[in-house]
Write a protein that binds this ligand. Structure first.
Ligand SMILES: *Cc1c(COP(=O)(O)O)cnc(C)c1O
Length: 228
């Protein structure tokens, strides 16, 4: 199987899942997770029409971003340390991994200095699993309010990573929980319209389930590029 074949297969799975859920497939965007992949592999995906990629480390991403064509959209999906906020603002179109008020304040400052606007998602630890990054549900309101007050940060929605499991169905309640939280904390409060809300959830092992539960951004690496 080539990267092109894999992409065709993943896109087909996305369409089927959207149809099962009565959703339009165009409301689901595929973030091809290219961490640990070579520039050659990313080019191959590009040639197959994939123009949206996710990276999880600043340094690695920076080298790739400079080596690739400029019309590609790059998303940061991994934990961001505050001391890398300046680079993140410069390199990425969207940051999925907002997990502290401290990070929001630093990004706001850096975006202001760069006269940039950064689109962000708040990462939520829905399951309450101990080892994961992400804010507890109860801690997201002040972070939302700070982002809303900022001139340089644009809130687009929420992101989550469920605990690892061999059974993809185990992720469903976590995805459903993220959707419910977005309804309560963002839609019901009139912060975003339904059509603007982004929910970043689902990876190679469970992205079709995430789509059934309302994902608008699925982050898929292994199913496209093979094992890392
Ligand atoms: C690596 C990674 C993915 C992709 O995982 P696969 O199982 O390879 O699809 C998605 N999201 C995040 C945050 C990741 O770090």
């Amino acid at each position: 199987m080539t990267i092109r074949d894999n992409l065709i297969e993943v896109r087909r799975t996305i369409e089927h899942a959207a149809r099962r859920a009565g959703r339009v497939a165009s409301r689901v965007r595929l973030v091809a997770v290219s961490k640990n992949q070579t520039v050659e592999a990313i080019r191959e995906a590009c040639d197959a029409g994939q123009l949206l990629f996710g990276e999880n480390r600043i340094q690695e991403a920076e080298n790739k971003i400079h080596a690739m064509r400029s019309d590609i959209e790059w998303h940061l999906i991994g934990h961001l340390q505050t001391n890398k906020a300046r680079s993140a603002v410069r390199l990425f179109d969207m940051i999925h991994s907002i997990d502290s008020l401290k990070l929001v304040m630093e990004l706001d400052k850096r975006a202001k200095l760069a006269d940039a606007c950064v689109t962000v998602l708040i990462q939520v630890n829905v399951s309450g699993e101990e080892s994961k990054f992400g804010l507890a549900e109860g801690d997201i309101l002040p972070v939302i309010d700070w982002i809303m007050a900022s001139q340089h940060l644009q809130l687009s929605g929420l992101m989550t990573i469920p605990p690892f499991s061999m059974n993809p169905e185990d992720s469903r309640p976590v995805f459903r929980g993220l959707r419910r939280l977005a309804e309560k904390a963002i839609l019901d409060r009139g912060i975003l319209e339904e059509s603007e809300l982004e929910l970043s959830m689902g990876m190679s092992s469970d992205y079709w389930i995430a789509i059934e539960e309302g994902a608008t951004l699925v982050r898929v690496g292994t199913a496209i590029f093979g094992e890392r």
